[in-house]
Design a protein around this ligand. Structure first.
Ligand SMILES: [Zn+2]
Length: 337
């Protein structure tokens, strides 16, 4: 049975820039027709990740990479020693094909969009502080009411096992589709923090999906100052000696395509600039996030990100802001609790 977690607030003592990068390749959108629509974008993802690692190094940015656990694998099989049948998969009535219906049960050389140990190795080898976080084993939507607690536990535990094999420990979770759920399981599995949903001006209004999308578009088009957090929610885990911290998103760096092409690159940078200034003013957390694959929609996007990182670096040099990974931020904020 899920246990109710006791919550309290904590305040950062400085402005903190957090960036999380949801790294999924084909796992992020196989249930949304991604294999038909985005193969060209997946093919660019490794090159984009290399450029991002360079940018983080160049501007002294500590990033959190939320990597789907299956990407750690060199290969997998339906049966035998390479099978992952011990990991529970979600069963959603809206996806009757089965969550592994697209798993090629092959290897990294033949199916590089489903296996990417090279990406994990590149992130780890980077000279900059980069944290690897869990994005579940197969991009399971943990907050879906049909996702059982034991599935959440099994998915997160497998990510931890795979990370350990590379000498890594996992402290942070990014929920696929930002679908927050099973926080008590995160506590039990020893995680320190997760990325919560963006608390923007239309959050909590109970809008329909369509109205929500419209507000999201208006927000980006007008480059409204994104939410920053001078106070965060911390959940007391069972032992009382550890906290699970909600580090909500401030701004999703939207791709181009469809209506988003009406939002020019300068509006994206302007919006981030407002968030950074507000974070400095309030000694708050500004949390930017995106998927590397989003950047494949236009070469302008990497340039825009570089402008944002330049602004962050400028604030760091002035002593106004610190760049931290998600887990560093969680540890820092809860140090005095
Ligand atoms: Zn597999």
């Amino acid at each position: 049975m899920p246990k109710a977690l006791v919550k309290r607030k904590a305040k950062p003592d400085r402005a903190i820039f957090v960036v999380s990068v949801d790294t999924e390749l084909a796992w992020g959108s196989f249930d949304h027709g991604g294999l038909e629509n985005y193969v060209g974008h997946y093919a660019q993802e490794r090159e984009i990740i290399r450029k991002l690692l360079d940018l983080f190094g160049c501007y002294d940015i500590s990033a959190t990479w939320a990597v789907v656990g299956h990407l750690f694998l060199e290969r997998c099989a339906r049966e035998g020693p390479d099978s992952h049948n011990h990991v529970l998969q979600p069963e959603y009535s809206w996806y009757p094909q089965g969550w592994l219906s697209h798993d090629p049960f092959s290897n990294a050389e033949s199916e590089p969009f489903f296996y990417a140990p090279d990406i994990v190795d590149a992130i780890v080898a980077s000279r900059q502080t980069n944290e690897i976080a869990s994005h579940t084993f197969t991009h399971a939507i943990l907050g879906d009411p049909e996702c059982a607690r034991e599935v959440a536990r099994s998915q997160l535990a497998e990510c931890r096992v795979l990370a350990k094999q590379k000498g890594l420990d996992l402290f942070s979770v990014v929920f696929p589709r930002n679908s927050v759920g099973h926080l008590d399981v995160l506590c039990e599995e020893g995680f320190l923090c997760f990325r919560g949903v963006e608390r923007n001006w239309y959050h909590g209004l109970g809008l329909s999906r369509r109205l929500n999308k419209l507000c999201h578009f208006i927000d980006r088009f007008l480059a409204i100052c994104p939410p920053v957090y001078d106070e965060v929610d911390c959940y007391a885990c069972e032992s009382g000696s550890q906290w699970l911290v909600d580090l909500p998103a401030s701004m999703f760096y939207v791709p181009f395509g469809g209506l988003w092409s009406l939002v020019n690159i300068s509006a994206r940078v302007r919006q981030a600039r407002k968030g950074l200034s507000e974070a400095v003013r309030k000694k708050a957390v500004f949390h930017l996030w995106f998927h590397p694959v989003n950047l494949a929609s236009s070469p302008l996007l990497l340039g825009g990100l570089e402008e944002i990182f330049f602004l962050v670096n400028d604030q760091i040099k002035q002593g106004n802001m610190t760049s931290m990974t998600m887990s560093q931020t969680a540890s820092h904020i809860t140090a005095g609790l």
